[in-house]
Design a protein around this ligand. Structure first.
Ligand SMILES: [Zn+2]
Ligand SMILES: [Zn+2]
Length: 484
């Protein structure tokens, strides 16, 4: 690393450390709010007031969503976008710091995906970079855009923002996710359509006058049978899953007049999902025809596959290496052990297998040793592939608009998983605080590289064009669908 840049990065990291307490307080506050989906007044409010107090101009109500926003600082230079999330999950309420499952509020929400830290790690990056640019005056110019994105969990807020052009004009997009490892995100993700199929029939007494009834529940069941036969004839990598959100009622002696099924249809490419979705819709129409019922298709949401960017990811990786391993105090290790000791037998073996599968170059003994550590402070090697991980994220939609890189940073004990009560319990620990500050530094340093080296932006954009191979972003969510 050139001396000038090395000094600049040390200064930048120092500026983030100087406000660490401010950032971690916002993270803890958002943990406490635990708001879900699109309804995030306090969580978005906490980030907005922190950004406004730092001199960012905030535009609320992005893409028609009350708690989506764009906070901007600076002008000219490359436009550096940071993606922030702050939504929690339902039914994951949990007492902070408890190493056994213990809801804080029965049926309440909880930050089981660490988005309290995600949003504030991004805040640390944006504010740190702003402080640095403010000191630099005219020497370095850039436009910082903090995108406040609601409903990552199941609502795909970023897809609505991408559909409405909120990310347009961004040169480089950066984000992160709290995880149980520190590594650069190096895979694609599955595109996903989330669609309701509502059947409407005619109710009747199921014993006295069944011939007068037309069962919507029959239609929903026949649709599921049809889709389960379809599985043989779709690509291996596709995933189709469904939940009955309305089975008609609780009385078997009534012909059920309404039934609804929510389908998730996923595949590595958006156009593959579209094709499967059309066949699933035909099956739904067939089920309606068979049962003499009516079918209505209602969109919930959708997200696109993630477009990796090797150019940006490598820059991010260099910065991660520059920062080095995360280190934990003895009491932090004890705290983590409280969670890992309570995990089911065989969890460490499972973790070792995952490490081996993702990083074939790590030798088996080393993978086992890593898996038995309560915290993964050591950095994982760089690995990049076009393969999709078996999940979906709305970061995918943003990655179609601008070259995007994201890093995972250790915030949670080894072997614990996303969307678990353990992640909620550990969400206000010093381990998470350390992780979000570390993530803020990686993102801010990567942004600084992009500001100082126009080649990075140009190469990342060229790679982006090559990977899209002529395809243009086409949001799967129809224009008239509003987020709910
Ligand atoms: Zn999640
Ligand atoms: Zn998440």
């Amino acid at each position: 690393m050139a001396g000038r840049t090395a000094d600049a990065k040390r200064e930048l990291a120092g500026l983030i450390d100087a406000k660490a307490e401010k950032f971690t307080r916002v993270s803890d506050d958002i943990w406490g709010y635990a708001e879900t989906r699109f309804d995030l007044p306090k969580s978005a409010g906490a980030l907005i007031s922190a950004l406004e107090s730092e001199g960012f101009q905030v535009q609320r109500g992005a893409a028609g969503m009350e708690h989506a926003f764009v906070a901007t600082y600076g002008e000219g230079g490359p436009v550096i976008g940071f993606l922030a999330e702050y939504d929690a999950l339902s039914n994951l309420s949990q007492v902070s710091g408890s190493t056994e499952k213990k809801p804080l509020e029965a049926g309440g929400n909880g930050h089981g995906c660490g988005h309290n830290a995600l949003g504030t790690g991004v805040l640390a990056a944006a504010v740190g970079l702003k402080d640095f640019l403010a000191k630099e005056g005219r020497n370095r110019r850039a436009t910082i855009k903090f995108f406040g994105c609601p409903a990552e969990e199941s609502g795909s807020g970023k897809a609505f923002m991408a559909r409405d052009g909120v990310f347009a004009g961004t040169d480089v997009m950066l984000t992160w996710h709290p995880w149980s490892e520190t590594r650069i995100w190096g895979t694609s993700s599955l595109a996903n359509y989330q669609v309701y199929f509502h059947f409407k029939g005619t109710s009747a007494h199921a014993a006295a006058a069944p011939e007068l009834g037309r069962s919507a529940l029959d239609a929903a069941e026949l649709m599921s049978v049809g889709v389960n036969y379809l599985r043989e004839h779709i690509i291996q990598d596709a995933r189709v899953h469904y939940a009955y959100t309305n089975a008609g009622g609780e009385s078997p002696n009534v012909v059920q007049p309404s039934a609804s099924v929510l389908y998730f249809i996923r595949a590595p490419k958006s156009n593959q999902v579209r094709e499967i979705f059309e066949r699933v819709t035909d099956i739904a129409k067939g089920a309606a025809l068979m049962t003499g019922t009516a079918i209505e298709v209602e969109w919930d949401s959708a997200c696109s596959e993630y477009i990796v960017n090797d150019t940006l990811a490598r820059v991010m990786y260099e910065n991660m290496m520059e920062l080095g391993d995360l280190e934990y105090t003895a009491s932090e290790m004890d705290c983590a052990r409280g969670y890992t000791d309570a995990l089911p037998d065989g969890t460490a073996d499972g973790v070792a297998r995952i490490i081996k599968r993702s990083f074939p170059d790590i030798d088996p003994d080393k993978a086992r040793a890593m898996a038995s550590e309560p915290m993964q402070g050591e950095l994982f090697p760089y690995a990049m592939s076009d393969e999709a991980m078996k999940g979906s994220t709305d970061v995918g939609d943003a990655s179609w608009i601008a070259p995007t890189a994201q890093t995972l940073v250790t915030c949670f004990p080894t072997g614990t998983s996303a969307h678990s009560w353990q992640w909620v319990a550990a969400g206000k620990s010093s381990i998470v605080h350390k992780g979000l500050i570390y993530a803020g530094k990686i993102m801010a340093m990567t942004a600084l590289d992009a500001i100082d080296n126009p080649d990075i932006v140009a190469n990342a954009k060229q790679e982006h064009i090559n990977r899209l191979n002529g395809e243009i972003y086409n949001c799967a969510i129809p224009k008239d669908v509003v987020p709910f």
